[in-house]
Design a protein around this ligand. Structure first.
Ligand code: B12
Length: 215
């Protein structure tokens, strides 16, 4: 891993927003791909912070400082994502499910979808089930992308699918799920159409699923 990315990852772990901004700029100046900066610098730093929090090696204040540092890094890196000069691929509603305020992964996903030619409506965090469906109907979305970062909020993804089924609208939308505790098994269990481990994979999958549906 390059020196710039190592420094960035450590700055995320230290919860030092100024150092995150500085090292993210240096990584961009060094010509490192923004996706690599996000995945290997910010996301890997987040993973370490999460592990430390789980083991009670750090506490909420430190978790919050790291969260703020990650957001600061995102603000530097996301505008540098290369936007593909492609025709519109489709419309996506994204959001973090009810009860969950984690937004970093969702924001990366949104930016990568936009960079890949999708029109994205971002509902933010702690989004009630019905709001996803209302927004999807309003913009005639192709995809609803649901982020959940906690085992206690995963159910919010299933709620959206159940709601669509109950109202006879399930087949109108492609449902993608992702975020920390989600996996393919969970996606299969709740009847989602797709799961991806990372945002770049999610953007590729969105293209694949939309093409499959249209053919
Ligand atoms: C930063 C952070 C916070 C910040 C969030 C800041 C913000 N503005 O978002 C703050 C401090 C607010 C926070 C709060 C809390 N947190 Co927190 N947090 C984290 C941490 C360290 C990093 C999360 C993150 O941003 N990762 C980086 C991003 C890039 O990764 P990602 O979200 O997974 O996204 C990637 C992929 O999953 C994918 N993806 C994401 N969404 C989607 C959606 C789709 C459709 C697809 C296909 C893909 C996809 O793409 C992304 C990029 O590749 C995690 C640890 C971890 N391992 O996740 C804990 C963690 C998620 N938090 C945790 C907890 C417990 C909390 C609190 C309850 C703490 C408390 N006692 O108050 C609160 C929850 C508040 C709430 N109601 O939501 C636990 C959850 C445990 C669990 N399994 O349930 C974790 C796992 C830490 C731990 N190990 O204990 N947290």
């Amino acid at each position: 891993m390059s020196k710039e990315i190592e420094v960035l990852k450590q700055a995320v772990i230290d919860g030092d927003a100024d150092a995150v901004i500085d090292s993210a700029k240096k990584a961009l100046d060094a010509g490192i791909n923004p996706i690599e900066i996000l995945e290997n610098g910010i996301s890997r730093g987040a993973q370490v912070v999460g592990d430390q929090f789980e083991k009670l090696e750090i506490f909420l204040t430190e978790l919050m400082l790291s969260g703020e540092a990650m957001m600061a890094g995102l603000n530097v890196v996301l505008p540098h994502l290369k936007t593909e000069d492609v025709p519109q691929k489709g419309k996506v509603v994204v959001g973090t499910v009810r009860g969950d305020v984690h937004e970093i992964g969702k924001n990366i996903l949104k930016s990568l979808l936009v960079a890949n030619g999708f029109e994205v409506s971002d509902l933010g965090v702690d989004v009630p089930t019905s709001k996803f469906v209302e927004a999807a109907e309003k913009i005639h979305a192709d995809i609803i992308a649901l982020s959940a970062l906690m085992t206690s909020t995963l159910g919010g993804q299933k709620d959206v699918i159940d709601y669509l089924e109950q109202t006879g609208n399930r087949n109108k939308y492609i449902i993608m799920v992702g975020g920390g505790p989600t996996n393919q098994g969970w996606a299969d269990e709740i009847g989602a159409d797709g799961f991806a481990e990372t945002a770049p994979e999610a953007a590729r999958l969105a293209i694949e699923l939309i093409e499959k549906r249209r053919n």
